[in-house]
Design a protein around this ligand. Structure first.
Ligand code: NDP
Ligand code: GDR
Length: 340
């Protein structure tokens, strides 16, 4: 049985990746942060008590800021594959917390890589790199496009990209980067723009919220579907040689396109409900990200099928269904706090 370790298992991608690996027969280990409230809602449905002999998902407390924890943990698990998904992953927040973002999103990767090296474990390593690294480089972006990051987040990801390549070249590790363009799902964090929009569409339609505050509606993004992207991550680690790949759909829509599709889907006119709030602007914005994933299609046979506007409808339906399934207390739940 193959063993995998996922950092960031409680996040959107970590949860889909854990499902995928369990379905392929893996034993899956996940790093989780200790928190005063439970942060495992995306993975609870797969959790089996570890006393049950059928259990194949195991969770371990740890943090990618804590290298001294990672070395014995990786040594003890002895994984065949590590997926480094842990990050402070919000671009706007990275301007408020640049040092923390550098520590987790940047240095976190070298702590994991160095733990693998020091523990002497023979395993393959996947780094969740980002289209934000391309930043101001004009689209379409592919593996050869120069990096021009526009946020502390993007800059931290550039460090992680290069340190992953360096460990591959310096130590012969099978260490690869997935240059991932935006990918979304009903499990997307509620403060990323797609989920913020689809959740608001459902709540406004249900009459529990009236107004949605947004920033720049002109940004162009290449939005794909998260379950398809975790399949791409897995394929990168099954390849014969360690190489870096772009994962993207190649399609381009503005935030306004996504917004209007989501609101149309529930019969609402977005212009009656959306207001501008400058707090959601970034000091430096990334105007257009449109990926060319031709290399992944040719070498890995990876081809995404769900495009942005279908995704908008899938996510609105899921947020509507979630409201239907919630009992009384949801009515009193506040709208998103204003800092998100
Ligand atoms: P999420 O924000 O949903 O998940 C981030 C995960 O990282 C969570 O499990 C979080 O734990 C964990 N984490 C945060 N800080 C630490 C820490 N100090 N130590 C250990 N774990 C930590 O991100 P996504 O699932 O959307 O993205 C996964 C990865 O892919 C990230 O690295 C992201 O930057 C990258 N990426 C994502 C893209 C996307 O469009 N989704 C595109 C390109 C790259 P907790 O639940 O406790 O907060
Ligand atoms: P992004 O995603 O920055 O591309 O990073 P996000 O959904 O946060 O923003 C996309 C675009 O929407 C604009 N926008 C808003 N964004 C948010 N969050 N909230 C708003 O109210 C709002 N209004 C307009 C933004 O300015 C931006 O142009 C995501 C993350 O998952 C990263 O971790 C990942 O690396 C990249 O995608 C690829």
């Amino acid at each position: 049985m193959k063993k995998a370790l996922i950092t960031g298992i409680t996040g959107q991608d970590g949860s889909y990746l854990a499902e995928l690996l369990l379905s392929k027969g893996y034993e899956v280990h996940g790093l989780i942060r200790r928190s005063s409230t439970f942060n495992t809602s995306r993975i609870n449905h797969m959790y089996v008590d570890p006393h049950d002999p059928s259990a194949r998902l195991f969770l371990h407390y740890g943090d990618v800021s804590d290298g001294s924890r990672l070395i014995p943990l990786i040594s003890e698990i002895d994984p065949d594959e590590i997926y480094n998904l842990a990050a402070q992953s919000h671009v706007r927040v990275s301007f408020d917390e640049p040092e923390h973002t550098g520590d987790i999103t940047g240095l976190g990767s070298v702590r994991v890589l160095e733990a693998v090296r020091l523990a002497g474990v023979d395993c393959r390593f996947f780094q969740a790199s980002s289209s934000e690294m391309f930043g101001a480089s004009p689209p379409p972006q592919n593996e050869g496009t120069p990096f021009y990051p526009r946020s502390p987040y993007g800059i931290a990801k550039v460090f992680s990209y290069w340190i992953t390549r360096n460990y591959r070249e310096a130590y012969g590790m099978f260490a690869v980067n997935g240059l991932l363009f935006n990918h979304e799902s009903p499990r997307r964090g509620e403060t990323f723009v797609t989920r913020k929009i689809t959740r608001a569409a459902a709540r406004i339609k249900a009459g529990v919220e009236q107004t949605l505050y947004l920033g720049n509606l002109d940004a162009v993004r290449d939005w794909g579907y998260a379950p398809e992207y975790v399949e791409g991550m897995w394929r990168m680690l099954q390849a014969d040689t360690p190489e870096d790949f772009v994962l993207a759909t190649g399609s381009a829509y503005t935030v306004r396109d996504f917004l209007s599709t989501a609101f149309d889907h529930v019969g609402l006119d977005w212009q009656k409900h959306v207001r501008f709030d400058e707090r959601y602007l970034r000091p430096t914005e990334v105007d257009a990200l449109i990926g060319d994933a031709g290399k992944a299609e040719r070498a890995l046979g990876w081809r995404p099928t769900v495009k942005a506007l279908d995704l908008a409808r899938i996510m609105v339906d899921a947020d509507t269904a979630a409201l239907d399934h919630e009992s009384e207390p949801w009515i009193d739940r506040p709208a998103l706090p204003s800092w998100t």
